[in-house]
Design a protein around this ligand. Structure first.
Ligand code: XMP
Length: 318
């Protein structure tokens, strides 16, 4: 009889066995997978594990703080918090092409991570790779596969730094990782959080990213998610977020003409992120959210809802 409790026991034994008295470095993304991997590994080998959290400044509201507090204060897991917002924003300055944005963020992430990892002198690199990630990277016909979007991960770092990989979640699907997280005592709100892409808010700001736009989007996104939670819909949705469009339109606020940005709202249902359907919100819910966003977020005067499925659309806009 296979249960999460026995998986936890077997896996901690395996990790101990693999690592011996070596040192493990684990990059935290702020997401569920890397957090669950880190807590499991910490249970197995204690302070032989050091976590590195690269704060890109492109995360959701309150997210960086939540990760740091959870690991340092709650679990007492050694954590290096690198505040790199200025670096990421300066590298992204004026860059509009989606793939270039992704490459710049991925490359900068690796540079920052590598510099920290060198100081730690690790023997192993831990990753929260899941089963779908393992199969998605296999090309079935053996031919070159088409890259729709380059994914953000630590790339060739393990080879370059001569680190062996520790991937305790390789056999699990997302919902199993959430169960394991609960089993390990991660807070319910953390475990059930919607997936968030490595390149963060940068791929939800089509066109060039600025600090002002990132701040505006963070504020809008938080209001949208707050309304979804209040309506009791958060857990029924795979992912919900706002996108700040590079378009200004005319509106009227009081007696005055306004000329401000357009926000698109996205929410999808999915089981693995490979296909998705737009979530069928009730119209009155969307109207209420739109009113709040326009009243409370300075710089937005129009809100639209994205009804595209995947395929042909993707979940993220870039
Ligand atoms: P798309 O937009 O390709 O996204 O339909 C599918 C799922 O993957 C997430 N996503 C990413 N996750 N690094 C990640 O860790 C990335 O670079 C990345 N790009 C997209 C996306 O949020 C959705 O859940």
């Amino acid at each position: 009889d296979w249960t999460m409790a026995s998986f936890r026991e077997e896996m901690t034994a395996k990790i101990k066995d693999q690592v011996g008295d070596g040192r493990v470095i684990c990059g935290l993304s702020g997401g569920v997978d890397s957090a669950v991997a880190a807590v499991l590994i910490h249970e197995a080998i204690g302070d032989q594990l050091t976590c590195v959290f690269v704060d890109t400044g492109l995360m959701r509201q309150g997210e960086a703080r939540a990760v740091v507090d959870l690991f340092r204060e709650h679990y007492h897991i050694p954590l290096v918090h690198v505040e790199a917002e200025d670096l990421f924003l300066s590298k992204l300055e004026g860059v509009e092409d989606p793939e270039r944005k992704r490459k710049i963020i991925g490359g900068t992430f690796i540079d920052v991570f590598e510099a920290e990892a060198k100081k730690i002198k690790g023997d192993f690199l831990a990753q929260g790779t899941l089963y779908p990630d393992v199969i998605e990277s296999v090309s079935f016909d053996g031919g070159p596969s088409v890259t729709i979007k380059s994914h953000h991960n630590v790339g060739g770092l393990p080879e370059r730094m001569n680190l062996k990989l520790v991937e305790p979640l390789r056999e699990l699907f997302k919902d199993e990782v959430r169960h394991l997280g609960q089993e390990l005592g991660l807070p319910e709100g953390f475990v059930k959080r919607h997936p968030f892409p490595g390149p963060g808010l940068a791929i939800r700001i089509p066109g060039a990213v600025t600090r002002e736009k990132a701040d505006l989007l963070r504020q809008a996104d938080a209001i949208y998610l707050e309304e979804i939670r209040a309506e009791g819909l958060y857990d029924a949705i795979w992912q919900a977020f706002a996108v700040l469009l590079p378009v200004k339109t005319v509106g009227v606020m009081g007696d005055e003409r306004s000329y401000d940005w357009v926000l698109a709202l996205r929410a999808v249902t999915s089981t693995d992120g490979m296909t998705a359907e737009s979530y069928p919100f009730e119209h009155r819910f969307l109207s209420r959210v739109a009113t709040r966003l326009i009243n409370e977020v300075d710089g937005i005067n129009r809100v639209t809802y994205d009804v595209t499925s995947k395929p042909p659309g993707t979940i993220e806009w870039e």
